[in-house]
Design a protein around this ligand. Structure first.
Ligand SMILES: NC(=O)c1ccc[n+]([C@@H]2O[C@H](COP(=O)([O-])OP(=O)(O)OC[C@H]3O[C@@H](n4cnc5c(N)ncnc54)[C@H](OP(=O)(O)O)[C@@H]3O)[C@@H](O)[C@H]2O)c1
Length: 314
């Protein structure tokens, strides 16, 4: 049996629950390719799943390989139309049934896009989940248009740093909340207004907006209704916003789960190729250091994305 390395969990727990193991190589079915993973990014959802805080993943679904993002090279095709050729560099957000912290991953045709020119594998792995979350939140759910105003909470993080750049590229006025150390970074990304969430109250500084994009939740979300114009929308990645609050403010709320989408990923890649958007890498670790990556993501401030390099020689 041919085997490969992967990082998976057999039970919920802290970063020590992550275990580097040899497992059987997967094989692609029709409409799928096998990708030799060169890099896999780390997202907060990985830590939520690991610790049992993610309702969609229950104990009876374990063991589970973690990781929703991969970048690498197609090494085998399952056959079918619209599949990239063997040797093509691709990146993708994976569906729930597969994990990216591994030497190889099966990727469905509808999930992938060719890696954009000018990005290495680490940068390409940083894009799919965070980029698609920002894209779907701002445009599919928020309906953000050129000339509108948006407030993005958490604009220096994995999703937020893409959201600031996408909203700016669309022609919106962009306000964002970040920690004090990230104020200059937010302006570099294109934000028109950056508010230090620890030092200032955003609701006293930001003029009414058409869209609030909430990547923080809790009290930050609750204080955001007053910043919306009448008829505006609060879109959150952290569950459905309170309908009573929305009604009381003459606004709307939307919660959503980001979905894999190769066509939207290709649109994002065009912005990257045009130099309008860039993924920012906060830290790079190696596959066997997945537990360290989780500790860092949970305990420390990471600007942009945290990525695992997956090298056969580790
Ligand atoms: N529903 C979905 O499909 C979906 C998809 C992706 C992500 N998410 C969720 O969305 C959230 C953000 O994801 P991410 O990948 O961007 O996480 P991340 O990379 O950890 O970024 C979070 C950012 O929020 C900032 N922040 C923390 N408290 C804040 C506050 N009170 N006000 C403003 N900013 C604050 C952090 O800044 P400091 O570190 O400087 O404090 C950090 O830059 C996570 O909870 C994640 O699980 C959901």
């Amino acid at each position: 049996m041919t085997t490969m390395r992967c990082v998976r969990i057999h039970g919920f727990g802290g970063p020590e629950a992550l275990s580097l193991e040899e497992v059987a190589m997967p094989h692609p079915a029709g409409g799928e390719v096998l990708v030799r993973v060169h890099a896999a990014s780390v997202n907060p959802v990985d830590a939520k799943i690991r610790s049992g805080r993610y309702p969609r993943v229950q104990a009876d679904q374990l063991p589970l390989t973690l990781g929703r993002d991969v970048a690498g090279e197609v090494v085998e095709s399952g056959g079918g139309t619209g599949l990239p050729m063997v040797g093509t560099a691709v990146h993708a957000m994976l569906g729930w049934d597969r994990g990216g912290y591994a030497d190889y991953a099966v990727v469905k045709a509808a999930e992938l896009a060719p890696q954009p020119d000018g990005l290495d594998a680490v940068e390409a792995a940083a894009v799919p989940l965070a980029g698609l979350t920002a894209w779907q939140g701002l445009f599919d759910h928020g309906g953000l248009q050129a000339g509108q105003r948006v407030l993005i909470h958490g604009g220096a993080g994995g999703v937020g740093h893409f959201a600031v750049q996408f909203a700016k590229a669309r022609g919106a006025f962009v306000a964002t909340t970040v920690s004090g150390d990230d104020l200059a970074f937010a302006h570099e990304l294109g934000a028109d207004q950056a508010v230090d969430y620890e030092a200032d109250r955003f609701e006293e500084m930001v003029q009414p907006v058409d869209v609030v994009f909430d990547l923080v939740g809790g009290e930050t979300q609750a204080r955001s209704w007053g910043v919306l114009k009448p008829g505006g929308i609060l879109v959150s990645t952290l569950g459905p916003p309170d309908e009573e609050h929305a009604k009381a403010h003459g606004a709307r709320g939307a919660g959503y789960m980001a979905q894999p989408n190769g066509s939207q990923l290709a649109e994002i890649d065009r912005l990257i190729a045009d130099g309008k958007v860039r993924p920012v890498i906060g830290a790079v670790l190696r596959l066997p250091e997945a537990a360290v990556a989780h500790e860092r993501l949970e305990r420390h401030r990471v600007r942009g994305k945290l990525v695992l390099e997956v090298a056969a020689t580790d």
